[in-house]
Design a protein around this ligand. Structure first.
Ligand SMILES: [Zn+2]
Length: 446
């Protein structure tokens, strides 16, 4: 696509525009501390991301980008050490959202729906919005995102990641999926005159050869994960059951999975239910995204295969069409089966990770709203926190490095005023964020 060749120029442009506003803070706060400069965080309460029980009065020693020691409050603090006093706060590891879209700017029909993202926004505007999204995530304490495809913005995510890593813009650690893969008839833009060659929000393939080639292209251009759409349209049939159109065949998916695993990377499969979800499991996907309706047998298969479940509950509760329309019936059916599936997955101890699908939900909304949904549906608050910390880190092959406050981990530390175990909604009000050992935000400073 032409779009891709423009990325560099656009990112420089964006950095120019957004860099001006962010310049002061960039210089003051995001420069990684040099090794040797010790910082100590006094944590009133510490939820370390792994332990079941919070600990009181802990000291977190940070050197450079890493946590070098976590001790009780009695430990001596060397003279000249910078001390950050969070003794009245609850300290939690930086959060991980395992399903985001930094390049998606809402799907509200009143604002042109999904199509407006591609038809009305040029790539510079899209890069500026992705830059905003990255900063929003970090401000809310999300220090890592698995960003599951750019929705028609090509390899822009890899370049946003580069801009973050070089310190040009603030943002979380990104795991990028680039373009995503679906089949002909398996993704938007749709509904236009057949004579028109419309751009698509994913790379469409037919046959195992094309499927493998798409995976190779995406991996070659920097994909950390491969995202595959295994279902597309969904509707309610005459008996009131949710039906989803399957996309790739098992053979096509197997080609993608085989190629991706060869690069020691993983495959995330968007799958609602039915045939497409079964093909996702039989094809060997590593994570099921959404998984609105899964049978007990499918849940068992996931347990056997070690498949992760990223439910993304929140997006299915907004923008319902009116109850008497086909779309309205579908919207209600999706939420109903999702809740039932989530509860059975919990009972079966499936490996559940926190994901919001934000981007589909406007980036101006709180990302942490998903915690509330999970807890309302029966997940223990500590379990919900672990789904967004240590468990997600394990899925991302970063166990012990992120999603935990312990010796040797990156210093990804956030804090809230209250107790998120008692009131999970506290996580919507993150007051302190340290990313890679640098303080990004501190509203708790006395
Ligand atoms: Zn998504």
């Amino acid at each position: 696509m032409k779009i891709a060749s423009l990325h560099m120029a656009i990112l420089i442009l964006c950095a120019g525009i957004l860099g001006l506003a962010a310049k002061d803070f960039l210089l003051a706060q995001t420069t990684p501390q040099s090794s040797g400069a010790l910082t100590v965080i006094r944590a009133g309460t510490l939820i370390d991301g792994v332990s079941e029980t919070p600990r009181k009065n802990q000291l977190i020693f940070v050197n450079g980008q890493k946590i070098v020691r976590v001790t009780g409050a009695g430990e001596a603090i060397p003279a000249g050490t910078t001390v950050i006093d969070l003794s009245n706060a609850t300290v939690v590891p930086g959060l991980i959202d395992s399903h985001t879209h930094i390049f998606l700017w809402g799907e509200d029909p009143a604002k042109g729906g999904y199509d407006a993202n591609i038809l009305n926004a040029g790539i510079a505007l899209r890069a500026a919005r992705a830059t905003f999204a990255a900063r929003r995530a970090l401000e809310q304490g999300f220090t890592t995102l698995r960003d599951l495809e750019t929705e028609g913005a090509g390899y822009g995510d890899v370049e946003i990641k580069q801009a973050i890593e070089e310190g040009t813009i603030p943002g979380p650690r990104l795991f990028c999926a680039t373009r995503a893969i679906s089949s002909t008839g398996g993704y938007n833009l749709e509904g236009y005159a057949p004579e028109l060659d419309m751009p698509k929000g994913a790379q469409l393939v037919d046959g195992p050869v094309e499927a493998r080639k798409a995976a190779r292209q995406q991996l070659d251009h920097g994909a950390d994960w491969i995202k595959v759409y295994m279902t597309h349209r969904s509707w309610v049939d005459r008996e009131g059951r949710l039906v989803s159109q399957p996309t790739l065949t098992v053979e096509e998916l197997k080609a993608v999975v085989d190629e991706t695993h060869g690069w020691t990377k993983k495959v995330a499969c968007h799958a609602y239910n039915g045939i497409g979800l079964q093909r996702a499991l039989d094809g060997g996907c590593d994570s099921i995204e959404h998984g609105l309706e899964m049978t007990d047998a499918q849940i068992e298969q996931m347990k056997r295969q070690g498949t992760w479940y990223c439910p993304t509950l929140s997006p299915y509760y907004g923008d319902w069409a009116s109850a008497d329309t086909p779309a309205g019936k579908r919207d209600r059916a999706r939420a109903a089966v999702h809740e039932d599936t989530f509860k059975r997955a919990l009972k079966a101890h499936l490996k559940i990770v926190f994901g919001t699908d934000i981007g589909g939900i406007p980036w101006t909304e709180p990302i942490a709203q998903e915690f509330q949904r999970m807890v309302e549906m029966g997940m223990a608050p500590t379990d919900a926190i672990q789904s967004a910390t240590s468990r997600a880190a394990e899925m991302l092959d970063m166990k012990g490095e992120i999603g935990v406050i312990a010796t040797g981990a990156y210093a990804e530390v956030i804090a809230v005023s209250g107790d998120p175990v008692k009131s999970i909604g506290e996580l919507e009000h993150v007051k302190f964020v340290m990313h890679n050992g640098s303080v990004f935000k501190n509203e708790l400073r006395k």
